[in-house]
Design a protein around this ligand. Structure first.
Ligand SMILES: [Zn+2]
Ligand SMILES: [Zn+2]
Length: 219
């Protein structure tokens, strides 16, 4: 018996995935990216078939649907068949010396479906290498389809946001408090972007000496 079950996506069309090695959660939009069934964990780099990346909620949901289908399409029809043959036996022995009486008590079993909702994560990214749309905790991670680190897209995006904030200062000239808050946001955003970039690069490309590593910035 084959049962086809499609997993529901979230409101943006993403479906949750859970790495079988580090158990971290992320989401992908199927239909974007590479035509592959292979998935790379964006956090630890584990590589395996997409079938290994079901979340616990998805497994429970699939199990409940399968159980419901088996009950409705296999168990109950078989039980009704058995019940009919006992009734026939009862009819056949009605005026005989030995009579068989059959009483069945069975109401259809209610199998509750285990619905779930995909979790909300922090960053939605479109891979600039393969086009996969995916969503992760944190800001830097590898693309689940092509495995490329998303540093350049996220870094550029974050710096762009900081730049836009700085440009806002030219528009708001008479509100010093607001100007100060925007400037503070722009600077702390820029600094944390550099910090996260450094950490992501170091964990992806561990190096013993930092002598040759130079990050140049011009704002
Ligand atoms: Zn992992
Ligand atoms: Zn990619």
């Amino acid at each position: 018996m084959n049962i086809k079950i499609s997993l529901p996506s979230d409101e943006k069309g993403f479906i949750g995935r859970e790495c079988p090695k580090c158990y971290e959660y992320f989401k992908v939009k199927f239909g974007t990216g590479l035509p592959t069934s292979i998935c790379h964990c964006p956090y630890c780099g584990y590589t395996g078939d997409h079938n290994e990346f079901f979340t616990k909620d998805q497994i429970e949901y699939v199990k409940s649907i399968a159980l419901k289908e088996i009950m409705e399409k296999v168990v109950e029809p078989q039980f009704r068949k058995l019940e009919r043959s006992f009734k026939e036996l009862e009819r056949a022995t009605r005026r005989r010396f030995i009579q068989i009486k059959v009483k069945t008590k069975c109401s259809p079993m209610k199998i509750p479906l285990k619905y779930y909702q995909e979790k909300e994560v922090e960053t939605y990214v479109k891979c600039d290498n393969c086009g996969l749309e995916f969503a992760i905790y944190g800001i830097f991670a590898n693309c689940p389809d092509c495995g490329k680190l998303n540093t350049s897209i996220i870094f550029k995006k974050s710096i762009e946001v900081a730049r836009k904030r700085i440009h806002l200062l030219d528009v708001i000239k008479d509100d010093d408090e607001l100007r100060e808050a925007i400037l503070e946001d722009a600077l702390s955003g820029g600094v944390s972007t550099f910090d996260a970039l450094g950490k992501a690069l170091q964990s992806r490309y561990p190096i013993s000496s930092h002598k040759n590593l130079k990050i140049c910035s011009r704002t």
